[in-house]
Design a protein around this ligand. Structure first.
Ligand SMILES: CC(C)(COP(=O)(O)OP(=O)(O)OC[C@H]1O[C@@H](n2cnc3c(N)ncnc32)[C@H](O)[C@@H]1OP(=O)(O)O)[C@@H](O)C(=O)NCCC(=O)NCCS
Length: 189
């Protein structure tokens, strides 16, 4: 299953080659990305990181994809975790700084939402981000997420909780399709 939207294709971790795995390691070690995610930079050797992520990917409550751009270059990772009943939590890292602020995040999220709502039959996707991550909040809003709560957490940062329901997403997709005449590029390969 390779969900697609716009310039982006999502591939399961089982399809990643050694170059993509080296980029994942670089992304997880990146101090700026670690700060945006609220985690320490990951110092695992590649063989261990691979083993941990592959084991995570086998969990039934988690679905992880590599994000590829229009040149088939690996640019990041996106996942659904805590998949329980009809709900799941979304996480995304566009790891290549060169691809930030160019709309790849919303395209990858859109592809994953199509998979979540249409293939997995989920009803509700939630996520958490930090109040100081304005780019992430803007990207999530673009695909229809709405802020639900905002609270101060340990360490003083603000936790922003956002959600999207299937009905709202389908309505938005329908509106986009009718205003453009077609939802160009959307699909699951
Ligand atoms: C967050 C992320 C997924 C967003 O994807 P993206 O492709 O970079 O997002 P976009 O290009 O759509 O940019 C989102 C919006 O934020 C705005 N933006 C860009 N940089 C910004 C900044 N530094 N501050 C505020 N807004 C910013 C852009 O103007 C854009 O809005 P516009 O298209 O209406 O102009 C991606 O940047 C990323 O993965 N970053 C690193 C890890 C991370 O933060 N993950 C999320 C953790 S919850």
């Amino acid at each position: 299953m390779r969900p697609r939207y716009g310039r982006v294709t999502l591939r399961p971790l089982s399809e990643l080659d050694s170059g993509a795995w080296r980029r994942i390691q670089a992304h997880f070690r990146d101090p700026e990305i670690a700060h945006l995610n609220g985690t320490p930079p990951n110092r695992m050797p590649l063989w261990l990181l691979k083993r941990v992520l592959k084991a995570d990917a086998r969990r039934t409550d988690r679905t992880t994809f590599g994000i590829y751009d229009e040149d088939d270059a690996y640019i990041g990772t996106i996942e659904l975790y805590d998949v329980r009943g009809s709900s799941a939590t979304l996480g995304i890292i566009i790891g290549e700084h060169s691809h930030w602020g160019r709309g790849y995040g919303p395209e990858a999220i859109h592809a994953l939402l199509g998979y979540a709502f249409q293939e997995l039959g989920l009803d509700h996707i939630r996520l958490n981000t930090f109040g100081d991550n304005a780019r992430a909040q803007a990207a999530f809003r673009k695909v229809g997420f709405r802020e639900v709560t905002r609270s101060r957490i340990a360490g003083g940062r603000i936790d922003v909780h956002m959600e999207l329901h299937r009905g709202a997403w389908l309505e938005q997709v329908g509106q986009a399709a009718s205003s453009s005449g077609a939802a160009a590029g959307r699909g699951v390969a």
